[in-house]
Design a protein around this ligand. Structure first.
Ligand code: ARG
Length: 273
């Protein structure tokens, strides 16, 4: 089994953290007084880009805008499936202006962007997982947005309720390993949502709260390699045991804003898989 995992080439969109900072607090990780080391953030981000490219993935970038310190978290800007782009409408007024430059990037890249009517934070809360889209709500993306997403893509949307403010986005508590399976931290979900996940994914890889707090679930998988926080050691062990190859990438400077690897990565899915 260990050698049967097949990687699929991905196309990613990232945004350089040149203006990264913690200037406001919109999740429990953010402490506006605490200094951020921008040089370190840039180094860590470059290492992520280099690691993706070394594994055969395409990385494109868009220019960061001064005054938008969270713009580095590209995942939140949209959800792209089968070449269709559903844009973002941020919960926090501080982040609302981010949607426009991303929309402009998609337009110049040849995509049309559908703007949401209700609060929707892109891949932060929307995780395509094989035949359906898993969708988080509770802190940011609304139930109304889930309905819009299902209508726009014509793909079943499975709503999941997040209950722990440290895991305010679905992508801090769950990621897709491949078309068939996921990894997640059950404690981040309401009892009913936990039951839904257990029914849909009886073979899921579950993570401890410690792994989740180390941003271990804010990972990106290409079906074989899992780009993961090096601090999530127990989870990396479980993934290796299932035949995945953990590739540690340290984005600790971004944890100060409540973000990690997946938050920095927007995936552009062009074909039906
Ligand atoms: N400071 C940002 C916020 O709270 C972090 C976003 C992290 N992104 C993510 N996909 N979880 O909105």
């Amino acid at each position: 089994m260990p050698d049967s995992r097949v990687p699929r080439r991905r196309r990613f969109l990232l945004c350089e953290p040149r203006h990264f900072a913690v200037q406001y607090a919109i999740n429990p990780w953010m402490r506006p007084g605490e200094p951020v080391d921008v040089i370190r953030a840039l180094d860590q981000w470059q290492a992520l880009v280099g690691t993706y490219r070394a594994h055969g993935h395409t990385v494109e970038t868009l220019a960061p805008v001064p005054g938008l310190p969270d713009m580095v978290f590209a995942a939140n800007a949209a959800l792209v499936v089968e070449g269709r782009v559903f844009g973002s409408l941020f919960h926090a007024p501080e982040r609302r202006p981010e949607s426009l430059p991303y929309q402009a990037w998609f337009k110049q890249a040849g995509f049309e962007v559908q703007p949401p009517e209700s609060v929707c934070e892109g891949e932060g809360d929307l995780v395509p997982a094989g035949r359906w889209i898993l969708a988080g709500t509770g802190f940011r993306t609304t139930r109304e947005a889930h309905r819009e997403v299902q209508e726009f893509f014509g793909i079943p949307v499975i709503g999941l309720t997040l209950v722990d403010p440290y895991f305010y986005h679905l992508d801090t508590a769950l990621f897709a390993l491949d078309e068939e399976n996921i990894a997640y931290y059950p404690g981040a979900f309401s009892p009913g949502s936990r039951e839904v996940l257990a029914r849909l994914y009886p073979d899921a890889v579950t993570a401890t709260r410690e792994d989740a707090l180390a941003f271990g679930l804010n990972s990106v998988s290409d079906g074989r390699h899992v780009f993961i926080s090096p601090a999530a050691t127990a989870l990396a062990g479980r993934l290796a045991h299932r035949g995945y190859v953990p590739v540690p990438v340290d984005l600790s400077e971004f944890h100060k804003a409540g973000g990690g690897i997946k938050c920095c990565t927007q995936e552009i899915r062009e074909n039906r898989s």
